[in-house]
Design a binder for this molecule. Structure first.
Ligand SMILES: [Zn+2]
Length: 374
């Protein structure tokens, strides 16, 4: 429901969508806690979805020179406050949790994942016309099946495959029980390896690894003995969010990548030839931001009135924020800090110094007082 073209965004935000892209939504709980190093929903917390692009597009017109506050600015402020302290204090934790209540988790795992294969397990024989029996007569209506999940430009796609009788040993058949995974040895023989394809957050490096290594770290309630074979919920579903948690260090590390890319790209100034050091910084920021943007894809969206529009679908909130930063950079709207209150904002006005009329007036009053003293 969002669009990076600036022209008709107000109209879009107000219009209900017929072919709504679920992936433009993000999820948040109304309460979070930090437990054993994880940011996770508090007990009994309520899950809700929202669209961060509505806030981004609010009051946004191409020629408007007034200061703009957009959702990713609050993350940049959070990072600069928390990293100004040597360690995460109680006050810091409170700031972090308050931020999550307003915006949700960053979705670090979803930002990194492109494809995963879940463990094969015994499931009831699906009702497919003509498919009467897979496996021996004694299969009790159970069949071995595995699920693969891929990220697409319109959300996460699930695909499951049945495993026929051939290749499954008698001992494995004997252990069949609804929901039980096949043993890792049996899966290996069948060529089904529970694994995930991940990208590094801030550079272009990919790798395939077992679910127990990185993936399982985001599901603290899954026993370590089941890390490879657990029946993980489909990404970005309500069930997924109830089980997913973000290690504090993963959240802060990811937020810092966005923060660093913005700081590094700041070295580029209009009408100014960058020094050698500035060039290195710009190159680093360019690399980091593009790595985050590689999890954002274009998609076709059909509006309510059957006209078409181009939308950009991010894999995570972090990806959405990278896209918002890109849009601001594309508009040559620098990220500024208010001289009075320190709030981060953007403006396309070359003279902008304050985040709001209130701060501009505060500054005027201060200046007047100074003059009177003299
Ligand atoms: Zn201010």
């Amino acid at each position: 429901m969002w669009c990076i073209r600036q022209t008709d965004t107000r109209q879009n935000a107000a219009m209900p969508q017929q072919m709504d892209l679920a992936s433009l939504k993000w999820w948040r709980f109304d309460a979070y806690e930090i437990r054993a190093g994880y940011i996770r929903p508090a007990l009994g917390a309520k899950l809700m979805d929202y669209n961060p692009w509505i806030e981004y597009n609010k009051n946004r017109t191409p020629s408007d020179q007034s200061p703009r506050r957009v959702p990713y600015h609050s993350l940049l402020e959070l990072v600069s406050t928390l990293f100004a302290q040597p360690r995460l204090t109680n006050d810091g934790e409170k700031l972090l949790l308050d931020w999550c209540v307003r915006h949700g988790l960053l979705g670090v795992l979803l930002q990194r994942t492109s494809f995963l294969t879940l463990a094969a397990r015994w499931v009831p024989l699906p009702k497919i016309p003509g498919l009467k029996r897979i496996g021996p007569k004694s299969s009790k209506g159970l069949v071995a099946s595995y699920t693969q999940v891929a990220r697409s430009n319109t959300g996460w796609r699930e695909d499951w495959s049945l495993i026929g009788e051939f290749g499954i040993s008698k001992s494995e058949w004997a252990k069949r029980k609804e929901g039980r995974p096949l043993s890792l040895g049996a899966m290996k023989e069948l060529g089904v390896v529970p694994s995930v394809h991940l990208q590094e957050l801030d550079h272009f490096k990919w790798g395939n690894e077992p679910l127990g290594k990185t993936w399982a770290r985001f599901f603290p309630d899954v026993p370590s003995s089941e890390a490879e074979t657990y029946d993980y919920p489909l990404p970005s579903t309500p069930e997924f969010w109830r089980q997913y948690a973000e290690p504090v260090e993963s959240f802060l590390g990811a937020a810092r990548i966005l923060y660093n890319s913005y700081k590094e790209l700041e070295a580029a100034k209009h009408f100014h030839e960058p020094s050698e050091l500035e060039r290195i910084l710009i190159r680093q920021g360019w690399d980091r931001l593009n790595a985050l943007l590689s999890a954002v894809s274009p998609a076709l969206h059909v509006r309510n009135d059957w006209t078409f529009e181009q939308v950009w679908v991010p894999a995570s909130l972090l990806g959405a924020y990278a896209m918002m930063l890109l849009t601001d950079l594309d508009e040559q709207a620098p990220i500024l800090r208010c001289l009075v209150c320190g709030t981060i904002f953007t403006s396309i006005s070359p003279k902008a110094k304050y985040c709001s009329t209130k701060c501009r007036r505060t500054q005027q009053k201060r200046a007047n007082r100074e003059r009177k003293k003299k």
